[in-house]
Ligand binder design. Structure first.
Ligand code: AMP
Length: 299
């Protein structure tokens, strides 16, 4: 089964204390789509301008990503730029040029509307609603978000929480949404807002799932060097959804393993700028790290 992924498709200019890389392939949907493609076919919905490099279209193609839902509009591709501090955790946005993203309407090709697994990657909640309005009875819908939408589109986001099965956010966003410092208390409050599955991401400290079968503490793969963590969260949720879309059995039975696979793909993402490293790995490399992670956490 394939996974439908809707989100931003961007050019990212990233600065770290040691290097600077302009106009890399980025965006929430790009990271999530490449991550999901290791496990299942992917249908991508996004928008790019006529300046979008052909090599990036080819890169999506090499990952077998269906691009019938990728709109190419006259104008500039969404351009985001960020700078990391020495600790590689704190990030400052330097620039956001919306370009064709400003008027983006995620209209789904007919063949996409019956998708069973849907990832609403980080975009404005109003656009995430628009996607759901076009869907025919999806089996499992997960949404991601960012602090910007908690600041400027909270009412839309709260309404969205009633329409989705799973919600993924990071620890500072969970705090912002619930005013809880304790993540287990925050998870409880977020369930009350709608979603049956809530996942709080904690960067290099892994993530916590709260679902019908209780909690799951998902580790991050230990890395000695982080080159660029941009898109790690998107890779995590993309990998998780790709795994779920092809796994046999129920979401309940598979979601823990799916998170582990997402966590491993996210670790590769951090080892290179943008998608440079993720696009060079294989399913076998993912499987190896999953085994290592299993050894590290079994007791
Ligand atoms: P993450 O590192 O998981 O926070 O995701 C970083 C990705 O989010 C980058 O590739 C950006 O292109 C993308 N991004 C940044 N700002 C926005 C925004 N306002 N809406 C959608 N995507 C964004």
């Amino acid at each position: 089964m394939s996974v439908l992924i809707v989100g931003s498709t961007a050019l990212d200019s990233i600065k770290t204390p040691t290097a600077e890389n302009p106009r890399l392939l980025g965006g929430s949907a790009s990271h999530a789509a490449v991550a999901a493609s290791f496990f299942s076919p992917v249908k991508l919905v996004g928008v790019v301008g006529d300046d979008f490099p052909k090599k990036y279209i080819q890169l999506y193609g090499r990952h077998g990503i269906n691009l019938d839902g990728l709109q190419v509009k006259p104008g500039k591709t969404f351009h985001w730029s960020g700078e990391y501090e020495v600790n590689m955790n704190n990030r400052r946005t330097l620039l956001t040029e919306l370009g064709v993203f400003e008027t983006f309407s995620p209209d789904l090709p007919k063949a996409y509307q019956s998708s069973q697994f849907v990832l609403l990657a980080n975009i404005a909640p109003a656009l995430q609603h628009h996607v759901l309005d076009q869907m025919r009875r999806p089996k499992f819908v997960v949404a991601d978000t960012m602090d910007l939408w908690l600041n400027i589109a909270l009412a839309d986001l709260i309404k969205l929480l009633k329409r989705i099965d799973g919600f993924v956010l990071n620890d500072s966003e969970a705090h912002q949404l619930t005013k809880e410092d304790n993540m287990f208390a925050a998870l409880k409050k977020i369930h009350k807002m709608g979603p049956k599955y809530v996942i709080i991401k904690k960067g290099s400290h892994g993530s916590i799932l709260s679902g019908p079968k209780g909690f799951f503490l998902c580790p991050a793969y230990p890395l000695h060097t982080v080159v660029d963590p941009t898109g790690a969260g998107d890779s995590f949720v993309g990998g998780m959804m790709g795994y779920l879309a092809t796994a046999r059995g129920t979401v309940d039975a598979n979601i823990r393993k799916a998170m582990i696979h997402g966590s491993v793909v996210a670790s590769f993402c951090c080892e290179g700028f943008g998608l440079n490293r993720t696009t060079k790995i294989t399913r076998q490399r993912v499987a190896q790290r999953v085994k290592e992670l299993e050894k590290l956490t079994r007791f």
